[in-house]
Design a protein around this ligand. Structure first.
Ligand SMILES: [Zn+2]
Length: 377
């Protein structure tokens, strides 16, 4: 072993595998090999070109899941990287490479944590890894698919830790306990195209839509709650017009998104948008796409175990956070698990020169071990 840290060693082995979504590039095979050596049973739930590993150990309740993804986002311009993104390199105590923080260090830290945990004595219930190669892409055939397959078998998780980069300034200063939901809409408002000089012969879809848009933008969807800010509505694209200055266009298209909290639901938001559009008498088509439902893990065994483990390892009290983008926790939490995201500092994820602090790797692994120990001994 070229390094004195098992987590560092495994992290570098994973970074060296060029696993651009949905290509797993052999990461899961390496992980399965490590877990099988501990007595885990591997099952491949691959679908649609996506590699999905479900590896479990023990039997019965509670079922604790360690979850993550092997895929990484594209590198961006290579000339801006100070070293090859797939040739892990340490400079000044920092490990550089694509996936260093999102989330190959998290995966390596989890695997090493379980190796130590099982070496120290038996655990109760079932311990399982759910690992996919499509979290950064469409995420149709990744964790969403595996959860569906396992739920159909009657498998119900109790706890889940997703190893996504959650920390803010220091390792352990923040964990994710929930996320807002994300709901997209593509709205097409119809009018009647014609010459601007003959207003009685046209129907301007921009003029028709403007007051409805003003109402949508001004609507208070909810007040938020103790864990979430209020639901927000944002238009990301608004297009109409032929390019000519003497033509009223025939339609106007708006693309919008709701980031919504647990005070609203997909159904309530859809209903309210339709009510506003109908009130303004628009002729329209509206296509909805639910990207993820909101979830929230309430204070309970999982949060308490993580808080105690983080305090023990780092001396910090983590902030319980619900902001930021989405992750596969959106599929695992509705399955019934108390779901947390715990991982390294996230400031470099998806960026050029992505990195993780070498000194954080073994402590991160100790946080996972301490959390599991409290849930499974
Ligand atoms: Zn990630």
């Amino acid at each position: 072993m070229p390094y004195d840290s098992p987590v560092l060693e495994l992290t570098t082995q994973l970074i060296a595998r060029r696993s651009l979504t949905p290509d797993d590039a052999g990461c899961c095979a390496l992980i399965a090999q490590r877990l099988e050596a501990l007595g885990f049973r591997s099952e491949w739930i691959n679908a649609g070109g996506v590699t999905n590993l479900w590896a479990s150990y023990g039997s019965g309740a509670p079922l604790s899941i360690l979850a993550g993804h092997t895929d990484v986002v594209p590198t961006g311009p290579l000339e801006q990287w100070h070293s090859d993104p797939f040739a892990p390199e340490i400079r000044d105590g920092v490990l550089y490479g694509r996936g260093a923080a999102d989330m190959k260090s998290g995966l390596a830290a989890m695997i090493c944590a379980v190796e130590r945990l099982l070496a120290a004595g038996p655990v109760r219930g079932t311990l399982a890894f759910l690992i996919t190669s499509d979290e950064e892409g469409l995420a149709q055939y990744g964790t969403r698919h595996v959860v569906k397959v396992l739920a159909e078998r009657g498998i119900k998780p109790d706890y889940a830790i997703v190893g996504e980069a959650s920390s803010n300034q220091q390792l352990g200063d923040r964990i994710m306990i929930g996320r807002r939901g994300s709901l997209n809409g593509v709205l097409k408002v119809f009018g009647k195209q014609g010459h601007v000089a003959y207003p009685h012969k046209v129907e301007n879809p921009i003029h028709r839509f403007a007051p409805a848009l003003a109402e949508l933008a001004a609507t208070v969807w909810d007040q938020g709650n103790a864990h979430f800010p209020p639901t927000s509505f944002q238009v990301s694209n608004l297009n109409a017009g032929t390019g000519a200055n003497n033509v009223v266009p025939g339609e106007c298209v708006a693309v919008f998104n709701f980031r919504y909290c647990t005070e609203s639901t997909e159904a309530s938001l859809r209903e309210r948008v339709h009510a506003i559009l109908d009130k303004h008498g628009l002729r329209y088509e509206l296509a909805w796409q639910l990207s993820g439902e909101p979830f929230l893990t309430e204070q309970g065994a999982a949060i308490s175990a993580a808080q105690a483990a983080i305090a023990e390892v780092t001396g910090l009290t983590p902030e319980l956070f619900t902001g930021g983008g989405t992750s596969d926790a959106r599929f695992i939490s509705p399955w019934g698990a108390q779901t947390l995201e715990i991982g390294p500092i996230n400031d470099s994820i998806h960026k050029i020169n992505e990195h993780v602090r070498v000194a954080d790797l073994e402590p991160l692994s100790a946080i996972y071990e301490g959390t599991l120990k409290r849930l499974m001994r």
